[in-house]
Ligand binder design. Structure first.
Ligand SMILES: [Fe+2]
Length: 189
């Protein structure tokens, strides 16, 4: 089930993406759309988009383009739920519709030779994104980060738009200096 607001967002995002071949231009064009979308999130988010789990943060699919070039999810973060250290291999635009989403960055300090080992990461800064905030990232170099909600804060809900269907990505073991590709589940819309 869709809505006029969501349909308009998808149509505009698709059109703007088609015009932009570079990820940085893409997020530049799409971030303002996300800023508007989250204001109207209550008009198209349905109860199944708010599904959560005590086992970890949940990824609820809202839209997937037929050609897989665009995907939109509602992510629900209960207190204390975090991602592993990861990247996306894609551009992404994130908007917060409820709560405060925390993002902790990692910076790669070893040369990227495309290998899955001998990866040295140091912790970078953090950002705290309140409801109404938008952030974005681009690949190459990948934005490596941890996202979540500390135990002392309430549930957060965020919308995530990516330049592909986000069903797999790299997770990093900082101590072991390695990364591996994992497949991640989502709830179908
Ligand atoms: Fe992420």
């Amino acid at each position: 089930m869709t809505s006029d607001v969501l349909d308009s967002f998808i149509n505009q995002a698709t059109a703007r993406c088609d015009l932009q071949s570079e990820p940085d231009d893409c997020v530049l064009a799409l971030a303002p759309l996300m800023l508007d979308l989250i204001v109207h999130a209550s008009t198209f988010l349905r109860p199944h988009h708010y599904l959560s789990s005590d086992a970890g943060y949940t990824r609820n699919l809202i839209y997937e383009a037929p050609n897989k070039a665009l995907s939109l999810y509602a992510l629900v973060w209960l207190p204390g739920q975090w991602t592993p250290v990861h990247d996306h291999g894609s551009w992404g635009v994130v908007g917060v519709v409820e709560g405060v989403l925390e993002e902790r960055a990692y910076v790669r300090v070893s040369p990227d030779r495309g290998a899955d080992k001998e990866i040295d990461l140091v912790r970078g800064g953090i950002v705290l994104l309140r409801s109404g905030s938008v952030t974005s990232f681009v690949p190459n170099p990948d934005h490596i980060h941890v996202t979540g909600v500390p135990t002392e804060r309430p549930r957060a809900v965020s919308l995530h738009l990516y330049g592909r269907t986000m069903n797999d990505f790299n997770v990093y073991d900082v101590e072991a200096r390695t990364r591996r590709r994992i497949t991640v589940p989502h709830n179908e819309s």
